[in-house]
Write a protein that binds this ligand. Sequence first.
Ligand SMILES: Nc1ncnc2c1ncn2[C@@H]1O[C@H](COP(=O)(O)OP(=O)(O)OP(=O)(O)O)[C@@H](O)[C@H]1O
Ligand SMILES: [Mg+2]
Length: 281
Amino acid sequence: MTETQPDATEEDEPLISTEIATEKSTGESTFQAETILETRNLEVYYGSEQALQDVSLKIPEQQVTAMIGPSGCGKSTFLRCLNRMNDLVDTARVEGEILLDGMNLYSEDVDPVALRRKIGMVFQHPNPFPKSIRDNVAYGLRVQNKEVTDDIIEQSLRRAALWDEVKDQLDESALELSGGQQQRLCIARAIAVDPEVILMDEPASALDPIATSKIEDLIEELAEEYTVVIVTHNMQQAARISDKTAVFLTGGELVEFDETDKIFENPDSQRVEDYITGKFG
Ligand SMILES: Nc1ncnc2c1ncn2[C@@H]1O[C@H](COP(=O)(O)OP(=O)(O)OP(=O)(O)O)[C@@H](O)[C@H]1O
Ligand SMILES: [Mg+2]
């Protein structure tokens, strides 16, 4: 059932058709936490309502960055800006800059579809397609007209910690999997196109504790290779798995952004301390 497409190109699809993209893709890897994504004075409005105020932060490469804060404070809005999903919301207006490896994501020559392959997304509720497990993993590659091999399917499922559970049922429907397995399949689908960044919006909030703990382990493993940005309502989860934590509070204000240990043990802001200790929120 594996499809091979002889015309498929091996080249990474460039975000824009200039040398900048080429230069980026040949950048050497390093174990230092360099900034991969940066927002500068980011403001988002839905109609006349402001959802994010003047958010400037730097997201380190190959680490887990968590976004926490009360409901409605703009966490999902922030995440959606990072791969231009807010373009799909008619009333949304984005001001300021977001840079991926120094390149402005909102510049006119960036193709948002190509961008979303570099910056993939996993949602709160697992959303596999009503197709086989194999076809779900292969989906993004086929859309890009890239070769789909058994090896890519296996490696993507292995990296998503799902291979051992599904290796004998690759051609069965993804909808027969449990919720936790479906979420790992969605992660495998995101990984298969070899993104640089994986955005996750409360990826475990619909799962039971065992499935949640598997996803948490997986996220820490993924950060050895990818940059992970996760929104979570669960402060213990943020404390357990993230390297850096951003705390947003009501009105879309980024109140504090720092090493996770610092945020949870000794935050600078009294408002952050009050939020973390459950005094409000
Ligand atoms: N598509 C939209 N149209 C209009 N307003 C929106 C839209 N999406 C979000 N908002 C508003 O923007 C603000 C931030 O919403 P957002 O969904 O980013 O919050 P959140 O921190 O993710 O909340 P939650 O924790 O409940 O998921 C809220 O006031 C919300 O009502
Ligand atoms: Mg949200």
